[in-house]
Design a protein. Structure first.
Lengths: 546, 422
């Protein structure tokens, strides 16, 4: 049965027609216990959705729809290693990456947990060697600089996490500098290499396929830089200045990385779900393996919750279904991610990839065209900074936007620094103030009906608040797993495959066909008139150099 | 004179022994269960030349004895020979002495507590009752401690009280036969002078090491350069031997406090840089080995000659050997260590490391090794049986961290040779 024909969907339609215009000011005015009713906890993580435009009936109907979509059995398939990535016929087992040491998960007759644990132990050896100053470069000096070369999932996750958890920096990491290089055009790496010492720099080359042109072109630039600076044999440079992380050992070998410097990935890990694997090496280098394992434990706690908790009390399910409500029944097409914590500055771009690359699809798993909305436009920024940028649109624009506020209740409590503690209070106050105004508009300050039109706030923008106790590796693991499962849940409802990304392939092919006319300065004219025109203009500009 | 001595370091023992020998009654403060002075000294102090016999003798002659704090605080003259990190403890002692004393006191501070420390101690006393703190800049160096006390060429005394100055001059008169210079200044100036001397020595070593490393890249022999430099009377020859870094206990600690003072008061990074470069220099022999074996030491066997931070001492404090040993074993290579005196201390640190072998014969240490790394210039290493060495070693590679060998000679015998700066 098509999604839109399901009874639950139809009921939600009717419910939306009758209640969709409900105003948050009424919902919040009518019910003292609204926060209690519309919030959930998993461990110390609190998810408050009392500022969403829902009532009890809405939640009941959303859970009903989830049941009609067989969400439970889809979750079981995800965890047990079914080929949930149907277009590529493979499982998506990021949850196995964080399952405990003694657990078992058989895939093609092999317990994959053994391989996962083995890789974690190899990561641990590498981290310890680097932290103790005993990973040595070609000259014998200890490595003190790490450059992670990767793009997409091999960049966004480690980058975001290393930044988010920098308060938990391991003692051995204090002597390290860490940089992330991703852009194809070489501008990041060229700028970076200028200020680095080749004798003490180690490059992590992260690419699941080890074919990613962006990454390999940066890696080649790094290799060339080392060759020129060191005069050392290539074999020494490969062994001491590169760590390869990939699912394709042969390609790593062909590029030059010796076995001891390779870390394994598996094809059943999607790039944007891979920071829990060896791809997370930069995170482990920042916080140490003990804390890296705490991050895995936090995610695992969310996994267990997602798998076993009934839908009405299930955080990822409710977070997802509220999204379904907003997108499909309230017709909201924009989603803002607003962390009130500078450490989470890269969470928005991470979630942009996680959500939009996973669920930005317009056909079902069966290849049917979809006639309902799927993933909305998602963007974000550190909340207090965004207050000075796009909050204007949230408060007084014409677009309905759903917002996720993410903030930690406690910070700096042990710092002994009263100024920083005051800054945290200020941040919390701003976070609470903004979600309140989004919901209630100017009525919160007495509803000055006589105020001029340009000072009025239209309100009724729905938002959720995800409140961590503190931002720690554990709670961070919970938070990211929460969003991963939310994305999966929505994909089940929309009947799409969240684990492929065919939409990014054609561009790579097309780029290949455009290299030739750019290099050989011929064959211009074979493309569309717009592209032909642009090509001609570029070539004309470049003639000046020749 | 009745003197109480506070502290348990080499300076305390050597001062106590020397002053007992010249007829003073020494009360050496100790609350240890160990009543045998030789055991209590610990191995590194015990191995200080002549000291063990001197102390044993003085205890026998009863010119030296142990005392508890309650007895010692009743004495009029005190010497503080404590570790630079024990300033708080020193304040406590002075407070206790002050609380008990009715009349005059003389407290001779010869610990490196930093500039102004003696004045802080003085503030705990009553100057009107002639209770005086004097700073005495000790000049002790491990391996030559007694000689430095008994035959100093110069003395620096920080004292602004006439009577105290006379007492201290009398106390040290037996040691003044070779004395060329005696300087009396304020305690603060004396402390600063002492600190400045140590800093200057470190700068010279740091500078010659920098030059050595540069010379290596430019293909010049630092030995030639330093002889030329040393001939200039403005420079002189001392402390111009390049090597794999300096270690020890009080020397680096004192430099560290100078570096801190400079950076806090003046935002100067000069001394901090010297210290950081010295830490890098300690690993230089490892880097030479590493480069010789093309960045792969896995499963190799490496002999180390000399582990103590300098010849004549068993101490491993801040010794370059520790850095080199750690670096080698981290590559899962075996390290075979010989040292004439420090092996007990090496055992203490590394006994549970399977990659570390402690070898009592210097040629045995070379058995089947891929290289020899020389880190401490003990006299017995200067002229070894090279033929026997060639027989013992699997691969004849020598990394000479102290430039004790002649390159031409070593190479003509068939060794691959790496020195510092040549």
């Amino acid at each position: 049965m098509a999604l839109t024909d399901k009874p639950g969907w139809q009921e939600l339609r009717k419910h939306a027609a009758a209640n969709g215009k409900l105003h948050l000011s009424e919902l919040l005015a009518d019910d003292d216990k609204r926060h209690k009713t519309f919030s959930l906890r998993q461990g110390n993580l609190l998810f408050d959705f009392s500022k969403q435009r829902v009532n009890r009936k809405t939640i009941e109907l959303l859970c009903r729809l989830a049941r009609e979509c067989d969400l439970k059995s889809s979750i079981d398939k995800l965890f047990s290693g079914d080929a949930v990535n149907s277009s590529e016929n493979r499982p998506a087992l990021h949850t196995a990456l964080r399952s405990p040491k003694d657990s078992k998960l058989s895939l093609n007759g092999i317990n994959i947990v053994d391989g996962i644990q083995e890789t974690l132990e190899r990561m641990e050896q590498i981290v310890e060697r680097i932290h103790s100053g005993q990973w040595r470069g070609f000259s014998g000096m200890p490595i003190d600089t790490i450059v992670n070369i990767g793009v997409g999932g091999s960049d966004l996750g480690p980058y975001m996490a290393a930044k988010a958890l920098s308060d938990d920096r391991a003692a051995g990491a204090r002597r390290l500098r860490m940089f992330f290089v991703s852009t194809m055009d070489g501008s990041q790496i060229a700028y970076r290499l200028d200020s680095l010492n080749p004798a003490t720099t180690l490059f992590i080359i992260s690419s699941k396929s080890f074919t990613t042109i962006d990454t390999l072109s940066n890696a080649n630039t790094a290799l060339q830089w080392l060759r020129q600076a060191s005069g050392a044999e290539d074999e020494v440079l490969y062994r001491r200045h590169f760590i390869g992380i990939s699912a394709d050992a042969d390609r790593m070998a062909a590029w030059g990385i010796p076995p001891n410097s390779r870390l394994e990935l598996w094809d059943w890990i999607g790039g944007r779900y891979s920071m829990w694997s060896a791809i997370g090496l930069p995170i482990a280098l920042e916080i140490g393996m003990h804390q890296f394992r705490r991050m895995l434990a936090g995610a695992h706690a969310m996994d267990r919750h997602f798998r076993s908790e009934r839908f009405e009390k299930n955080l990822p399910v409710i977070l997802a279904m509220i999204g379904i409500w907003n997108i499909n029944f309230l017709d909201i097409r924009a989603h803002a991610i607003l962390p009130y914590d500078g450490r989470l500055s890269h969470l928005p771009s991470y979630l942009e990839q996680l959500e939009m690359e996973s669920n930005g699809k317009n056909v079902t798993r069966d290849g049917e065209a979809i006639d309902y909305n799927t993933c909305p436009i998602l963007w974000g920024e550190i909340g207090p900074n965004a207050q000075h940028a796009f909050y204007q649109l949230l408060h007084q624009g014409t677009e309905s936007v759903m917002c996720d506020f993410v903030v930690a209740a406690r910070r700096y409590q042990d710092s002994g620094n009263a100024e920083l503690q005051e800054q945290h209070r200020l941040t919390l106050a701003n976070c609470l103030a903004q979600s309140r105004i989004l919901a209630l508009g100017d009525s919160v300050i007495g509803g000055d009906e006589k105020a001029p039109f340009f000072k009025r706030y239209r309100s009724n923008q729905p938002s959720s608040t995800i409140l961590l106790d503190q931002l720690t590796p554990y709670s961070f693991g919970q938070l990211i797993a929460l969003y991963e499962h939310k994305v999966f849940t929505q994909s089940v409802i929309w009947n799409i495959n969240p684990f492929d990304q065919w939409g990014v392939e054609l561009g790579k092919q097309m780029a290949t066909t455009l290299i030739e006319p750019l290099t050989q300065q011929q064959d211009v004219g074979q493309f569309d008139p717009s592209t032909n025109g642009l090509l001609e203009w570029i070539l004309k500009q470049q003639e000046r150099d020749s | 004179m009745k003197i109480a001595i506070w502290g348990s370091e080499l300076t305390a023992w050597a001062t106590a022994g020397a002053l007992a020998r010249t007829g003073n009654d020494i009360y050496f403060v100790s609350h240890s269960q160990i009543k045998d002075p030789i055991t209590l000294m610990g191995s590194s102090i015990r191995n200080e030349p002549w000291l063990r016999d001197l102390i044993g003798d003085e205890f026998e002659q009863r010119r030296m004895r142990f005392a508890q704090t309650r007895t010692a605080i009743g004495i009029q003259t005190h010497i503080l020979s404590m570790n630079p990190s024990e300033f708080e403890a020193a304040c406590d002692i002075v407070r206790k002495i002050a609380a008990k004393a009715e009349g005059p006191l003389l407290i001779i501070n010869q610990s490196h507590f930093g500039v102004g420390a003696s004045d802080k101690l003085q503030a705990l006393l009553n100057r009107r009752k002639k209770q005086i703190v004097v700073y005495f800049a000790e000049n002790i160096s491990e391996g030559e401690a007694l000689d430095r006390i008994r035959n100093p060429k110069s003395m620096i005394i920080g004292c602004d009280d006439k009577a105290a100055k006379l007492t201290i001059e009398a106390l040290f008169r037996p040691f003044s036969t070779q004395l060329e210079n005696l300087f009396v200044m304020s305690p603060k100036e004396a402390e600063f002078t002492k600190l400045s001397i140590i800093g200057m020595l470190a700068l010279r070593i740091g500078y010659i090491n920098e030059l050595a490393n540069l010379g290596e890249q430019l293909g010049v022999d630092i030995d030639v350069i330093r002889r030329g430099m040393g001939a200039d009377p403005r420079i002189g020859r001392h402390h111009l031997a390049p090597g794999c870094g300096f270690g020890g206990n009080t020397f680096p600690q004192t430099l560290d406090s100078l570096a801190q003072l400079l950076s806090e008061q003046n935002e100067s990074t000069l001394m901090r840089t010297v210290l950081l470069e010295n830490e890098k220099q300690k690993e230089l022999p490892f880097r030479k080995l590493w480069q010789h074996y093309k960045a792969d030491l896995h499963d190799r066997k490496i002999a180390v000659w000399g582990a103590s931070f300098k010849p004549g001492s068993a101490s491993l404090d801040s010794a370059p050997s520790l850095k080199v040993i750690d670096a080698i074993v981290a590559q899962q290579a075996e390290v075979r260590i010989h040292d004439p005196e420090a092996l007990e201390n090496v055992h203490h640190l590394y006994h549970d490391n399977p990659y570390v072998k402690i070898i009592s014969g210097k040629y045995d240490a070379l058995k089947n090794v891929d290289a020899l790394v020389l880190l401490t210039e003990w006299p017995e290493y200067w002229s070894p049986d090279f033929e026997l060495m060639l027989k013992q070693m699997k691969t004849p590679v020598i990394v000479d961290g102290r430039n004790v060998y002649q390159r031409e000679q070593i190479e003509s015998l068939g060794f691959a040779y790496y020195g510092i700066g040549r």
